[in-house]
Every structure is written in C-alpha cells, then in structure tokens.
Design a binder for this molecule. Sequence first.
Ligand code: FAD
Length: 386
Amino acid sequence: MQPVVIVGTGHAGYAAAREFRKHDNTTPLVMVTADDGTSYTKPMLSNAMARGKAAAELAQASAAEMGEQLGARMITHARVTRIDAADRRLHFSDGGELQAAKIVLGIGANQIDPHLPGEGADDVLAVNDLDSYTQAREALEHARRVVLIGGGLIGCEFANDWVNAGYEVTIIEALDYPMGRALPPQAGAALRSALTGTGVNVVTGRRVTAVERDGERLVVVDDGGERHPAEVAVRALGLKPRTRLAEEAGIEVGHGILTDRRLETSAEGIYALGDCAEVDGLVLPFVMPISNAARALGPTLAGTETEVHYPVMPVIVKTPSCPIQFYAPPAGVDGAWHEEELDGGGIRGLFQDRDGQARGFVLTGPAVALKAELVKQVPGWFDNRY
Ligand SMILES: Cc1cc2nc3c(=O)[nH]c(=O)nc-3n(C[C@H](O)[C@H](O)[C@H](O)COP(=O)(O)OP(=O)(O)OC[C@H]3O[C@@H](n4cnc5c(N)ncnc54)[C@H](O)[C@@H]3O)c2cc1C
C-alpha cells in the first residue's frame, strides 16, 4: 500500500500526523524533514534565552521517538527538491524518490531577508527553528549588545526576553511604533513604553540601510544616519511562506500554497497546512489555527472529507513587560479603532467597521482579562473578510 507522506516535522507536520493516526492506524505513514525531526514547541524560542534554555532543553521528543509514537517511518535530513504532482512522486536532494498515495506539505516559512548591503550583512542572524536558535545563543554567549532589525511581534518578543537575559538590546523599526502593522497607536505606545522601561532602546520610524563591520563588531546603520554597534544582529522582518516547491510542481500559490477548506491544494491528493499554506485565502502562521487545520486534515486523509473550522483565536504576544492579545481586523476594511485606557490599567481597543460591527480588538496589560467578552463580539476569520 502506498503511504501518506508528510513533508515537514514542525507543528503542522506532527499535528497532521497525530490527527491522521486518530482516524487511520493501518495506512503506512512516512514523515520527511530537512532537519533532524526533533519535536519542540516553537513559541518557546521567544522566551527561552532569559530562562537560559539550550535547544536540547526545548526538545520534547526525537524523530525516532516520534516515529514510534506515530507508527511512522521517519526520513530526516532529507530535503524534498521536486514533486511530480500528477503521480504524487517526491524527489530528494540525494537523488532518492518516494511514491505517495497522498502528500501533505507542512514545510513552514522563511524569515524575510532584505539582502542588506555591507560587510556584516551575511552575519545577521534569523531565529525560526532550533538550529538557528542555537546559532543565536552561541553568538550571544560572547555578546553584550544586540540589535534587532524589525519591531514586529517576534522582534518585540525577542527584545523583551533578551533584555531580561541581561543584554543591551536595540530594536529598529520602520513604522512609528513597535508592532505598528498589528496594533493601533495607544496599544503600540503602551508596548513601546513597557519595552523602554525594561531597558530596550526602541528606535522607530527608521529603516536599516546597511550592516557594516568594524573589526569583531557589527554596525547596523539606519536611514537617519545613526550607527548602532553590536556584537550580534538579528533580523525579524516577518515570514514568507515556502511556496517554491509547490509552484514548481504546478500547484497554485498566492501568498502561501493555496488550499480549500479541506486543506487540499489545486493538485488532487496533495494537501498543505501551517506557515506554508493559504487556506481559503487566509495565511495564519500561528499554533492554534494550525492545530485546527490538522484536526480537519486527519479525517480527510483517512477518507472522511472534513472542512477546517476556525473559531476566534486572538494572538497572544509574549512580552511580559506588556502582555498583549489582539485579533487583527482584515486588511483594507473601512472602519476605525476606538481605544480607551481602563481604570484598572491597560488598554482596550475595538476596531469597528462603518456599520458599527466589531471586526478586531486589542487588549494590553490587565485588560487582557476582558478577552472572553471581546471574542464574542467579532466574527471568525473566514467571515471577517474585507
Ligand atoms: C520565535 C517564534 C515565536 C512564536 N510564538 C508564537 C506564539 O506565541 N503563538 C503562536 O501561535 N505562534 C507562534 N509562532 C508561530 C508558530 O510557532 C508557527 O506558526 C508554527 O510553529 C509553524 O509550524 P510549521 O510546522 O508550519 O512550520 P515549521 O515549524 O517551520 O516546520 C517546517 C518543517 O518543514 C521542513 N521542511 C521545509 N522545507 C522542506 C523540504 N523542502 N523538504 C523537507 N522538509 C522541509 C523543515 O525542516 C521543518 O521540519 C512563533 C514563531 C516564532 C519563530
């Protein structure tokens, strides 16, 4: 019997495998990954430095242990370089091939690389898995100063964690305040003041134009002409779903690998979920939507077609100096934010469209306790479109 082949052993790949096994214990299952297949919880990468955690301490199970739990054959350190979509054949970088009954792509996303000029640019790190976390941790071992290029969600989480770990942290953000794409102004100001309060040097309204080298040090240069010397620089400029493998196989891609609500791509029998996927128009690179997608994919792979359902799942920002939860309104919707500072502390922001319908919200500090109340007011992701 031909196997179900899952490519990728991140949260998407392993969650899909677990859910599949709940519905089918007999069909052969093969898991293929370019890394070593260690199972871990990626969100822990953004609060592990202050807790002094090495990558090995974040590992939950090895590939071999996962293979045993899932009744799966594990193929690690194997990169899929090509897929023949018509006969569902995978080709590996070492020349090997594998024929599948069904293929699941859970191949994640790349950190965006702006390809900055300068002699130090190649030494700018990006943290998106256990290996790159190890690299950053080793680099930080001998460092005092670190510059984070990008003040979005991940940049802010790293900044808060690394300042707590004792580093001098500068964060450089092109927008007017941290997390400027996701948050309205008052919430952004609260985050800025909390980060500043912990000792982070928050530089906003500036773009990094080059990363130069001065002996052992890097010098990050911004477009205001300011030079930020540091031993380590890390970029956190957002994610780009890995779509090339699918595109080259003739599978339709948009921002991510396009799927319908059953997680099936434009190629029959080939599915995608997780950071690489755009599910009925939505790219949701977060753990909970991936878990929901896997819960639908499990029965579908086992023969019972099932559509993904996304309840309202706010994003939790792990900045302990300013806890935040938000549910972003859809891009382009006509409406406005209404923010208020609550007596008990924290900010409550509600985004309402022109008809007065709540379409997004943000809560900071003690106001995060109001989450349940706001979750009831906004439509789920599929219904919250422009
Ligand atoms: C620092 C950080 C903090 C985060 N915090 C949160 C949080 O608090 N809450 C939240 O909800 N989300 C958070 N996220 C996002 C969340 O962790 C991700 O959405 C999720 O882990 C993505 O899982 P994935 O399996 O899709 O991708 P990945 O974990 O990136 O897995 C991709 C897999 O595909 C494999 N692969 C790729 N290409 C190939 C190929 N060609 N051949 C073979 N294998 C291949 C890789 O080796 C890997 O095994 C965070 C992300 C980061 C980086």
